[in-house]
Design a binder for this molecule. Structure first.
Ligand SMILES: [Zn+2]
Length: 422
């Protein structure tokens, strides 16, 4: 019994009611068979020491486990995963349809759904997400931050702008960016091309993108741009936008533009398309979710998979990880890592870097999260197996710590195989 009390006291356990808003004060050591540090390095059996919600030491395991330490046995410990493109506000209603404004769901129903999406995402090992699009994600972000309920760290755009926003003049786009900033947006989301279901061609001019991305930069905000066609993606890159999303039709010239301008690139491999195609009845008949739209996504699949490989093989291209997880895909984010490696041909370690340290850098959090190193936030997950040998191990998350607070700790699946040799 005393051991349980000691563990609870020393690490803090996920609790409701605001109990985990400040990090636990005492020190805890985690020992795992393998460490992947988030920057491309793997270590053998090691100890990670956490204090006040931060990592204070990483060292090869030596001698017996310190008292009160957590032995993760044969598991691999890695930084909490980061998804730079999700939509936590999207959910499927009790009636089996994509939630829409005015469908009769009470605000509390939508709020619980968002909280559930956040929880599922955290349980799947994603400790930070960028949720870009929904206007009320600040309520979710702030509730999680206050410890009202558990979820990943959320960054959000609180909406988006496009070529028609406030009439679309450069001055009015700048004003729109300022108003997002004033409302507390962490990032600006811009639509610079049509949807993939409508062909994906460019919708914003150079002047419009220069105004919107320039104003964001002047305010210290990043600008993330939805762009499918080569032209729209190149416009985003040459006008100083921070990151391009999707880019299904990106060609060599586009990838080169990303390298030249240091633009982060976040293409999707398959989860978002397969989620739509596998669950047509949830979406069919809403907006451009029609026969032509589904056909466009079906056709995009091989292009998207090939595009991952081409991006991964382009020297100097800052390829980051984002799933575009919508309703039905929350908590399945790691499927996209599996797609990237098995279907896109990205090297497993590079895929892991893109979802940890490189994703953190893209969010402007490169010194806070995304690495297992002293000084970093104690965002740590353990998976069963070695994800470098088998990327699907990232779908077998059994331990989740965020900021030093444990949110998941499954018992070993095969107890006899997990005893740590002393
Ligand atoms: Zn999206």
């Amino acid at each position: 019994m005393w051991l349980v009390v000691l563990l609870l006291a020393s690490v803090g356990v996920s609790m409701i009611g605001g109990a985990q808003s400040s990090p636990p004060a005492l020190r805890v050591t985690l020992r795992a068979a393998r460490i992947i540090d988030g920057t491309g390095h793997a270590l053998g059996r090691s100890d990670v020491v956490v204090e006040n919600g931060r990592i204070i030491a990483l060292r090869l395991a030596a001698g017996p486990l310190p008292q009160g330490a957590i032995d993760l046995g044969h598991r691999t410990l890695l930084p909490g995963l980061i998804d730079t493109h999700v939509h936590l506000g999207w959910y499927i209603t009790a009636g089996g349809r994509l939630h829409q404004e005015g469908d009769g769901d009470a605000p509390a129903v939508s709020a619980f759904a968002q909280a559930g999406n956040a929880w599922a995402t955290l349980q799947a090992g994603f400790t930070t997400v960028q949720s870009i699009g929904e206007p009320d994600n600040d309520l979710l972000r702030d509730a999680i931050k206050r410890g009202v309920f558990p979820g990943p760290r959320v960054l959000t755009s609180l909406g988006s702008l496009n070529e028609r926003t406030r009439g679309g003049s450069p001055d009015s786009l700048r004003a729109a960016v300022r108003s997002f900033h004033a409302r507390g947006a962490d990032v600006i989301k811009i639509f610079a091309s049509k949807s993939i279901r409508d062909g994906g061609e460019a919708t914003m001019t150079d002047a419009q993108l220069a105004a919107a991305c320039g104003e964001a930069r002047a305010l210290g905000l990043r600008a993330v741009v939805h762009a499918h066609s080569a032209e729209s993606a190149q416009r985003a890159a040459r006008n100083g936008c921070t990151q391009v999303e999707h880019g299904v039709f990106a060609d060599d010239a586009t990838r080169q533009a990303f390298v030249t301008h240091g633009t982060f690139f976040d293409p999707q491999c398959g989860l978002v398309f397969r989620n739509y195609l596998d669950h047509k009845p949830w979406f069919e008949g809403i907006g451009n979710y029609n026969a032509a739209g589904f056909a466009a996504m079906e056709q995009a699949l091989p292009l998207a998979e090939a595009g991952i490989g081409r991006a991964a093989r382009t020297p100097g291209l800052k390829l980051v990880f984002g799933t575009d997880a919508v309703a039905g895909a929350h908590g399945r984010n790691a499927e996209e890592l599996v797609c990237r490696v098995r279907r896109g041909g990205q090297a497993p370690m590079d895929a892991l870097v893109s979802a940890t340290s490189r994703a953190a850098e893209s969010l402007g959090l490169g010194l806070e999260i995304g690495r297992i190193a002293p000084g970093y936030q104690a965002d740590l997950i353990a998976v069963d197996g070695d994800p470098v040998q088998d990327i699907a191990a990232t779908q077998r998350v059994s331990f989740v710590m965020r900021g030093g607070v444990i949110h998941r700790h499954d018992p070993p699946r095969f107890p006899s195989a997990t005893r740590t040799p002393r």
